[in-house]
Design a protein around this ligand. Structure first.
Ligand SMILES: Nc1ncnc2c1ncn2[C@@H]1O[C@H](COP(=O)(O)OP(=O)(O)OP(=O)(O)O)[C@@H](O)[C@H]1O
Ligand SMILES: [Mg+2]
Length: 417
């Protein structure tokens, strides 16, 4: 049996196409959306996935949380081993454990063995480096093989997202798909025709998504409480790399190595009067880096609904908090929105089209929920019809429809820049 898995930076969804229908599989209780998060419980020597993993971590169960590992594909870090209690586990092995969990869920749900898979992939796993980009797909393919899949194919995520919509159109249209996810933002322009196969006119993408926004919010609003950019001497500031790692989902665990712990301990030793360094040391000691970044992510989500939000930082010091306004947050997103618009312009250029020739915009991915981003990327297309009704599931649904023989179709444009 064939399945489609949207292994996302932040969330994963899986399904099969059977008896003329798409079946998305419940991956966590009744929920079909599984946060791409894994928790290694040191007390019970068990592994947990999704929201349960996060819940165990935030309730201070002893163990290690990992999230956003898709962002490491294409880099050699994926081969590195991270210390878990008494053993070392490579990050590619962690992804394999996560995919195995999903495979088991599908097999149990469908009562059938699954050996064939279409995996989604961003247009570029790695920006401006075709060799690393190819390497990223190879790594994921290798992991899928070790998970037990025999027939493995890939499809660009934005192309998969539009598959269902393509089947509903009544007249020819040119659609621009915008998939703004956790790790990447991907764009495809597709000429759709109800009586003929669709034609892919252009694909483009950029390694920017919701996790980068969490990073910006954390660096600006939380990290200063831990000493980010603090002067240690006349021309010496605290090392940036510590704060960059601590506010990057897929790099947090790197701060928990002996080497990094030592750097922080020495800094604290030479500057015992800087209370922020004491907090940094505590965060690393208690491995509460994810806790802080979850707060940044929640603030981002809250600010899509309210003009102001309060980040409570009692884990650093009782009563400590930071208020952020929507206006401030939007200002800090201007560069991100500019980069997204530039990538959209490139996609149009590749297709040799002008904005007004786009009839439909198909929006998907969690980051389209941010009104400032959404308005800014839609502003060049005032007359296009907007389809925005399936934020988290459209990619996986399309992947289930994507039979292995379609692979040539999905890769009419090889990832290159
Ligand atoms: N209501 C919301 N408002 C703002 N951002 C949100 C909201 N809900 C989810 N997000 C953000 O959307 C992102 C996840 O979106 P999505 O599930 O589409 O990504 P993904 O498929 O896992 O990532 P990718 O496709 O890049 O691998 C996260 O950064 C999350 O914080
Ligand atoms: Mg996605």
């Amino acid at each position: 049996m064939h399945c489609g898995i949207d292994f996302g930076t932040s969330n994963s969804v899986a399904g099969v196409y059977r008896e003329g229908k798409i079946h998305l599989v419940p991956l966590e209780n009744e929920k079909k959306l599984l946060p791409s998060t894994i928790f290694f419980n040191y007390k019970t020597d068990t592994r947990h996935f999704g929201q349960k993993a996060t819940n165990l971590y935030v309730s201070h169960t002893e163990g290690r949380l990992l999230r956003s590992l898709k962002s490491l594909l294409g880099s050699s870090i994926i081969k590195e081993k991270t210390k878990m209690k008494n053993s070392f586990v490579s990050l590619e092995n962690v992804i394999q454990i996560f995919l195995s969990h999903i495979k088991n869920k599908i097999e149990k749900n469908m009562q059938s063995e699954i050996t064939s898979i279409t995996l989604g992939r961003p247009v570029f796993f790695v920006d401006n480096d075709p060799k690393k980009d190819r390497e990223a797909q190879n790594q994921l393919e290798e992991i899928a093989k070790r998970t037990g899949f025999k027939n493995i194919s890939f499809c660009f995520e934005p192309l998969a997202a539009a598959r269902q919509y393509e089947q509903t159109i009544e007249k020819e249209e040119i659609a621009l798909v915008m998939d703004l996810g956790g790790g990447t933002s991907d764009f495809s322009i597709i000429q759709m025709n109800p009586r003929a196969p669709s034609k892919v006119l252009a694909n483009d993408g950029i390694h920017i998504g919701g996790t980068n926004i969490d990073h910006i919010i954390s660096l600006q609003n939380i990290m200063p409480f831990l000493g980010f950019q603090q002067e240690l001497a006349e021309t010496l500031k605290t090392p940036n790399h510590l704060y960059f790692d601590l506010s990057t989902w897929h790099r947090i665990h790197m701060l928990y190595t002996q080497k990094k712990k030592k750097i922080v301990e020495e800094l604290l030793h030479t500057h015992p009067h800087i209370k922020e360094l004491g907090r940094l040391n505590q965060v690393i000691h208690y491995e509460s880096g994810h806790d802080l970044l979850f707060k940044a992510e929640q603030a981002k989500i809250d600010l899509t609904q309210s003009l102001e939000t309060k980040i409570k930082l009692d884990i650093l010091e009782t009563g400590l908090s930071k208020i952020i306004s929507q206006k401030e947050c939007n200002t800090s997103l201007e560069h991100t929105s500019h980069q997204l618009k530039e990538t959209i312009q490139n996609t149009l250029k590749k297709a040799n089209l002008k904005e007004e020739q786009i009839n439909t915009i198909f929006l998907t991915g969690g980051t389209t929920k941010i009104p400032f981003i959404k308005e800014s990327i839609l502003s060049p297309f005032p007359n296009a019809k907007i389809i925005d009704n399936n934020t988290f599931y459209s990619v996986a649904e399309g992947l289930t429809l994507h039979k292995p023989k379609d692979i040539k179709y999905s890769h009419t444009k090889e990832p290159k820049k």
